[in-house]
Design a protein around this ligand. Structure first.
Ligand SMILES: NC(=O)c1ccc[n+]([C@@H]2O[C@H](COP(=O)([O-])OP(=O)(O)OC[C@H]3O[C@@H](n4cnc5c(N)ncnc54)[C@H](O)[C@@H]3O)[C@@H](O)[C@H]2O)c1
Length: 256
């Protein structure tokens, strides 16, 4: 039995990496998926590959009026929204992120997408789902839990996502909305962003990949599908008693 039958899901950042893997996984599990992204060509290509059960909408998660449009489109086309995955995120603009050299511009650029975008996603998910219940899954990172000396603004943004997830879960519980909200914390995953992280952290990215791989008890870096599987679990009714939780999906890196 597919796990998301009759569910309507919105996945932000669906045009790349973990978002694309999540759109594919949700479709396989029976959901109707609204994939959104600022990258129109990549996002459109993903839904074409899936067929009738997915649509793409261009959507900048930092723009509240675009959230209103996305929610309205989803409800107009499919009658409801059951799941919102706040996946869109950036690692940075390439400017320094160590605490001596970072700029407030960089802090704000990262916070705008990674924090404002997720906050808006939670706000509009609550408004769309509060009468029927639903699930919100927010992409944080292990960078939101442990120290990231070379990526201070990115780590801070992911720490904010970890915390706001719990507050949203508690708020929805207080109001009796039947909305669960959980965060997922990947280690390094083989996506365009994962590649950028290796380039930022190591002078020799290939050597860095090897070093990182050795730090992971399961002996490899993450695949987008590893994270999509975790997102799917949290979005599904199998996780109906999982709320305000942080699911670390890092092959065991954090336990060492
Ligand atoms: N890849 C990793 O190693 C890793 C590790 C931990 C957490 N994460 C988190 O997982 C999520 C997905 O990461 P990924 O590796 O798939 O990244 P990615 O760079 O491959 O994809 C991110 C997608 O988000 C979209 N996006 C960026 N800004 C946007 C905006 N303002 N509005 C809408 N869409 C926007 C991009 O166009 C892109 O398609 C991110 O939140 C990231 O921080 C990734």
């Amino acid at each position: 039995m597919a796990r998301l039958v009759d569910k309507v899901a919105i996945v932000t950042g669906g045009g790349s990496g973990i978002g694309t893997a999540t759109v594919r996984k949700f479709a396989v599990e029976g959901a109707t998926v609204v994939a959104t992204d600022i990258a129109s060509d990549a996002g459109s290509a993903v839904v074409v590959e899936i067929g009738a059960n997915a649509v793409f909408l261009r959507h900048d998660v930092t723009d509240e009026s675009q959230w209103e449009t996305v929610m309205k489109e989803a409800v107009d086309r499919f009658g409801k929204v059951d799941i919102v995955v706040n996946n869109a995120g950036i690692i940075g603009t390439g400017a320094p992120q160590d605490p001596e050299n970072l700029s407030l511009d960089e802090m704000h650029a990262i916070g705008k997408v990674n924090v404002d975008g997720v906050l808006l996603g939670c706000k509009h998910a609550i408004m769309a789902m509060k009468d029927r219940g639903g699930a919100i899954v927010n992409l944080s990172s292990i960078a939101g839990i442990y120290a990231t000396p070379g990526l201070v603004p990115y780590g801070a943004s992911k720490g904010a996502v970890r915390q706001l997830t719990k507050s949203v879960a508690a708020y929805c519980g207080q109001r009796g909305y039947g909305i669960r909200c959980n965060s997922v914390h990947p280690g390094i995953v083989e996506t365009p962003m994962g590649e950028t992280v290796l380039n930022l952290l190591f002078d020799d990215p290939e050597q860095g990949r090897e070093e990182r791989r050795k730090q992971v008890p399961v002996g490899r870096l993450g695949r987008p599908e590893d994270i999509a599987n975790a997102v799917c679990y949290l979005a599904s009714d199998e996780a109906s008693f999982v709320n305000g939780a942080e699911l670390v999906v890092d092959g065991g890196q954090l336990i060492l």
